[in-house]
Design a protein. Structure first.
Lengths: 300, 316
């Protein structure tokens, strides 16, 4: 009832000190880890370009211009050349970034939301809820990751939205396992017992005492997961099960360009390079986030 | 050990039941009529009715499932609509190619990964150690299908050292040498990401065991450094290494789908993708079932291997 009122001021001070400590740690890491700063800048540039694509001075990514097909990079009017239909590759890469980045973030976010919810429920409530949640994750993890995603897309039908749903379904058990482990240990801690003794409801205990502790492990897992999800959606698009033509997305650009790889390697190399650079940047930033939020892992 | 084996086998039952339910439900995920999806909009009403009767789609869901699982238990995975042949025979033929590719990639990633990891752990912060750290970051970020295409362009098209795709040369091939030359590029592509994961984990497991007192004692006794590293270090670091290799086996089995597509390797992965694009649900179900079963068995084998490596696990 009044567990929030008692000692609220010291708690705020502690939180401020904690925030200041994290800011200082972040600053130290930023100077030490220049690579992560560079990666963050690359990411920021990619996100900005993707967001501003409609207003950038780019050619229409879907306009076919067959006389100008498979032009090499630095050709007149096409900085990165053209693809097999004469479409501007730079424009398709930037518009493709919108699809690939948002698909990665959205499927990772969906996996996180479902996974964290089930993990909290499975860790906090013993009995049938725990049994159902844990058996479900066990069964989903009994499949190879990519295989299950492909099978789900087979059922739902090819398409970007379905590919994202499939990847989110395949991805949530990782969060469930992670969160359940943390919640199980938190449930036995004194401050949770104290809150319960003071008559706090489950909602209050979860919201005020459990969720804040989940924040850093979940942020760390999420920041490393977005890159994996971008790779997975690109993989499904590459197999023809994700984005459908003529929409540009990095995976499908790679798949259609594959036929022309001998004549014009750039139609395959560029989208692949885009995926590689973005996922590498995400992993570098993810590692830096982990170093800040989970210093013990950094020393391992 | 026998009790442990029985316990582990018993634990498989609910997992296999769940796996089969999920595979069965995949066919029923789509919002429309599965018969219409499989036959397309051109199908006549009679064709649709016949397919529904063949697959028992008019029955309630649980009856359909029980009938399907009954057939599966007898080794009948249905008939492929597209190839007009029994699914099981086709999938098993393709499975051999997938298992060959996966096993080769696994051997490659374990051998190279463990060797790199041990070398990095014995010389921390050396050039090799740093290179392996960079390689692991690259391995986790590189799309395998892209790496496959790049390797194909360089080694098959530009240098002409290795064949670009398939399992055997169309003319005059067919011997072991031909198979191996076709196997190299897909196996290296598939193994690339795993090598770096196995190497990083081996490094950290080895650093931990090499810091133990018994290693210091062994060195103090004058045991040769090579023996200290392999006998006292590596053999005690094996449990986590085997764990990560086991996890990799599963990833490789799933990742093979993409690699097979890049190199037109005639495995279950390419068959499944063709099945999906042809909307051949019995074929897709058969492929997923067989690969998932192989995955479960690989995991079981890894669990048994731990128990053999570390007797403490058996008695827990």
């Amino acid at each position: 009832m009044s567990d929030a009122g008692v000692g609220a001021a010291p708690a705020t001070a502690l939180r401020a000190a904690d925030a200041a400590r994290r800011r200082r740690a972040f600053g130290r890491l930023a100077t030490r880890n220049r690579l992560a700063v560079l990666a963050a800048l690359v990411l920021a540039a990619a996100v900005l370009a993707a967001l501003l694509a409609p207003w950038l001075p780019l050619a229409d990514p879907d306009v076919v211009d067959t006389p100008n097909r498979l032009r090499p990079p630095l050709a007149a009017g096409h900085a990165l050349g053209t693809d097999e239909f004469g479409r501007d590759l730079l424009a398709r890469l930037v518009w493709g970034a919108r699809v690939s980045l948002s698909a990665g973030v959205a499927s990772a976010a969906a996996a996180m939301l479902v996974g964290v919810t089930l993990g909290v429920l499975g860790g906090f409530y013993t009995g049938w809820i725990e049994t159902v949640v844990m058996r479900l994750t066990d069964i989903l993890m009994a499949f190879p990751y990519v295989l299950l995603a492909i099978a789900i897309v087979a059922g739902l039908g090819p398409g970007l939205r379905n590919a994202m749903v499939a990847i989110a379904i395949v991805g949530f058990p990782i969060y469930t396992r992670l969160v359940r482990g943390v919640v199980l240990s938190l449930r036995e801690r004194e401050f949770v017992e104290a809150a319960r003794a003071l008559g706090a409801s489950d909602a209050v205990i979860l919201g005020r005492h459990v969720l804040p502790h989940l924040l850093s492990p979940v942020i760390v897992a999420f920041s490393l997961d977005v890159g994996a999800k971008i790779l997975a959606t690109a993989g499904l698009s590459f197999l023809g099960l994700g984005t459908q033509p003529p929409t540009a997305d990095w995976g499908s650009m790679l798949a259609t360009g594959r036929t022309f790889v001998i004549l014009s390697p750039h139609v395959v190399l560029l989208p692949g390079l885009a995926i590689f650079v973005i996922v590498l940047a995400l992993n570098l930033v993810g590692d830096a986030v982990r170093d800040v939020l989970d210093p013990r892992a950094a020393t391992r | 050990m026998r009790r442990y084996l029985a316990h582990r086998l018993l634990l498989l039952v609910p997992v296999l039941a769940g796996v089969s339910v999920i595979i069965f439900m995949v066919l029923h995920l789509s919002p429309g009529d599965p018969a219409e999806i499989m036959l397309g909009s051109q199908a006549t009403r009679e064709d649709l009715a016949r397919l529904r009767a063949d697959l028992g789609l008019n029955e309630p869901l649980h009856v359909q499932y029980l009938r399907w699982i009954g057939h599966v238990a007898r080794g009948d995975l249905g008939r492929s609509l597209w190839m007009k042949r029994p699914v099981l025979g086709e999938v098993l033929t393709r499975l051999q190619a997938t298992l060959l590719l996966t096993a080769t990639a696994l051997v490659l990633s374990s051998a190279v990964g463990v060797a790199l990891g041990v070398a990095a752990a014995t010389r921390p912060n050396s050039v090799l150690d740093r290179l392996s750290a960079v390689a692991s970051l690259f391995g986790a970020s590189m799309p395998s299908f892209w790496l496959g295409i790049v390797l194909m362009v360089v080694f098959a098209l530009w240098l002409g050292w290795l064949p670009a795709s398939g399992m055997y040369a169309p003319h005059g091939g067919g011997d072991l040498r031909d198979l191996l030359s076709h196997l190299i590029l897909p196996a290296v592509t598939l193994a690339a990401a795993s090598v770096t994961i196995v190497a990083r984990l081996t490094r950290s497991a080895m650093l931990e065991t090499l810091g133990q007192d018994y290693v210091r004692t062994a060195r103090a006794k004058g045991v040769a450094e090579r023996r200290v590293v392999l006998r006292h270090g590596l053999s005690n670091a094996l449990v986590p290494i085997v764990t990560v290799i086991g996890v990799q086996a599963g990833y490789l089995l799933g990742g093979a789908v993409l690699t097979e597509t890049v190199f037109a390797w005639p495995g279950v992965g390419t068959l499944m993708v063709q099945g999906i694009l042809a909307r051949d649900f019995p074929l897709v179900q058969g492929c997923v079932l067989v690969v998932a079963l192989s995955f479960v068995l690989v995991n079981l084998a890894v669990d048994l291997l731990y128990a053999w490596l570390d007797p403490r696990i058996r008695y827990e």
